[in-house]
Ligand binder design. Sequence first.
Ligand SMILES: [Zn+2]
Length: 413
Amino acid sequence: MLIQQAPSCQLANILATKIHIQQGRPDQAIWKLTNDGKFTCSSAWNSIREKREKSRFNSLMWHRSIPFKSSFLLWRALWGKLPTNDKLTTFGNEPVHCFCCNRPSMDDIEHIFNNGQFAAYVWRCFAAAAGITTDHTSLPHLINQRWSAKYNNDNHKLLLQATPILICWNLWNNRCASKYGGKLSNMSRVKYAIYKDSYKIMNTVFPQIKWPSNWKELILMGERCIHDIKVTLVRWKKPPEQWVKINTDGSALDNPGKIGAGGILRDHTGRMLLAFATPLGEGTNIQAEVEATLFGLSWSLEMGCRNIILEVDSQLLVEWIMHRTQHPWSIDTQLRKLQKLIEQIQQFKCKYIYREANCVADSLLKHSHKITSPQIYRNSQQLPKETKACYQLDKQEVANFRRRKTKRIKEPP
Ligand SMILES: [Zn+2]
């Protein structure tokens, strides 16, 4: 039937598919290209369409806080889609001199935006303050040089990204005002407009900062701003009496790649009943996380525990286990197994904790990547050295500091 129904080029693929037969469950079609296994047109289209690699250069050209008109102007300049004189001469117009410089040259894109006397001077002004050296071989090259400059934080990054776009925008404005608006080409007007446009963007995106009133200080302020750091005290807590707590952790070295799991089962005094570190073969991060809980819960049941708290440092996993959100089809089999185990437990709780409070399981997980066969530890003396230290700290419920760089940016102190 397969030979009749399936295209011959796909036969090998179909035959190589591993089938997990589950008794009592009807067959179910899974669309592998989506997380939830359900077909969508967009995923099908995405798999067959020809997609060009996303280039860094092109993505830097657009930003939701940079005015579209300015980005679009740069795009037109780079693709040669502006009505400059070199374009107009192809329609038979007489060549004319540029509208920007004292010592005029030809009115073409490279001259207006890159190597003309006027343009080169503007670029130099804004490069010096930002500590960037630029050559003027070509406009794309020049822009790329500016976008390769190192940034210190998110606002510095935005500033470095926006400036070249704003420079081009205002060079073009100046050229058009001079050609059509009867105004004289004016350096200070252009420089001020570029500053003003940068200021507007920074003030909109980072309104909590008082941005200075000239370009040089603006870029300096951008460089020196810092991300706020949030420090939280976290600690592992002993389970209540009559309860045990199992902490697990799983991960893949590459995603997908070699996976492993670690975990520890402790009673209400914080004493360990059992711990494990085990390699699990190949898989993805989420598969490793679920396998770790499966491994841990099976052992907890084996040890005769009745009231079990499961603690993991993956918030998604908790949501999936508690059926709060739809889980990916790739872990469906494991989650069903897990459900079977949970049904055997008298009282069950599943909690999310910060990684800093899950350090014993985390350290056993790290150990699992170094070994080739499962290790089961029955007492704390057997634990690997690094794990032993974490275990002792947990036993006394010593707090750990969780430091997180927040998105919020502060003025320099
Ligand atoms: Zn010129």
